[in-house]
Design a protein. Structure first.
Length: 333
């Protein structure tokens, strides 16, 4: 097993059952077990028998969403996931139908709706997710993670002021504070833009990135990316080149954790991360593999180097060679 989403395990099983299930995949797998939320959520399972129709549709949706992630680029994937959700869950936009669902089916619908609104962000998806969340909240079957997920949905839909009001309305969740979002570009189109964080981490300013000059764009956002930033920042050859010519890019607020970006920037002053504004502005990257090092010139990727400097199959020399070919690093021995 290379990786898994523990959400379903955490909601459906207790801790002992989660560990027993993961043990089937290897003796080391229970170490990756998510903490059970079964008791904390308090879902009423009275009268549940067999598998409901919505449960079957949810399983189909998760399978189709997984296939979309495997085989489609960002734009096609987002559209496919959104359209499949609409087709499979018509009750998501019908208040009376929401009220008629069992607690268990309502939680399944919330999981699907929050995934769509994060992966295929848009006003309609965000409104639907909020409606389902509020239906769960009225039954008191939400926890802090759900509150955080709902705020991320609003952020991913670039509904920043609504996300701020939502945070204020849920003080008991103890969510990290949101920065000020300063957008001097407004609705201007035709640019690849990022949110750049100030030194205090309390303000994000939307900035256009000029893709014409030769530069390095790093698609980042996982702990392997942090390993790469640590290695490169201290490398006597790579460090100065990246400090002058590189942008470390992570996904948009809501898709990427803002507090994690704060911590990254405090840790790596010479490799500050920038959060993209809209994934569609970065169509030069059909996929967002992490970390990858892209040499960009005139708005096009001319070369990509994959891997980590510290890995057994180090990419340090291929990265140096690529920088030299791009004219960003003088030839050396």
């Amino acid at each position: 097993m290379g990786g898994f989403d523990g959400t379903d395990l955490a909601e459906e099983l207790d801790d002992e059952q989660i560990h027993a299930l993961l043990l089937l995949f290897g003796s080391d797998m229970p170490g990756y077990a998510p903490r059970s939320r079964l008791v904390e959520l308090g879902v009423d399972r009275t009268g549940l028998t067999g598998t409901s129709d919505l449960d079957r549709r949810y399983t189909r949706f998760r399978r189709e969403a997984r296939d979309a992630f495997r085989h489609l680029g960002h734009a096609d994937r987002a559209g496919t996931i959104a359209s499949r959700f609409d087709a499979l869950f018509p009750e998501a936009r019908a208040p009376a139908a929401l009220r008629a669902l069992s607690d268990h089916d309502l939680r399944l619908l919330w999981r699907a709706a929050s995934q769509v609104a994060t992966d295929a962000s848009g006003p309609g998806a965000a409104e639907t997710a909020l409606s389902v969340f509020e239906a769960c909240e009225r039954r008191d079957i939400v926890d802090r993670k759900d509150v955080l997920d709902m705020r991320n949905v609003l952020l991913a839909g670039r509904r920043f002021e609504q996300a701020r009001r939502f945070t204020q309305a849920h003080p008991d969740a103890g969510l990290p504070p949101l920065p000020v979002f300063d957008d001097p570009l407004g609705d201007e189109a035709g640019h690849a833009t990022t949110w750049r964080m100030n030194a205090d981490g309390d303000r994000l300013t939307r900035t256009a990135v000029d893709l014409a000059p030769t530069q390095v764009l790093v698609t980042a956002g996982c702990h392997f990316s942090a390993d790469a930033a640590e290695d490169i920042s201290t490398d006597p050859v790579l460090g100065p080149v990246f400090a002058r010519h590189a942008h470390w890019l992570v996904l948009a607020p809501g898709n990427e954790d803002i507090d994690a970006a704060r911590k990254w920037n405090r840790r790596f002053p010479d490799a500050q991360v920038e959060m993209v504004h809209d994934r569609s502005e970065w169509s030069i990257f059909p996929a967002w593999s992490m970390p990858e090092f892209h040499i960009v010139r005139d708005g096009k990727v001319v070369e990509t180097v994959k891997g980590l400097p510290r890995s057994p199959t180090s990419n340090r020399q291929p990265l140096i060679d690529a920088l030299r070919r791009a004219g960003l690093l003088e030839s050396g021995p």
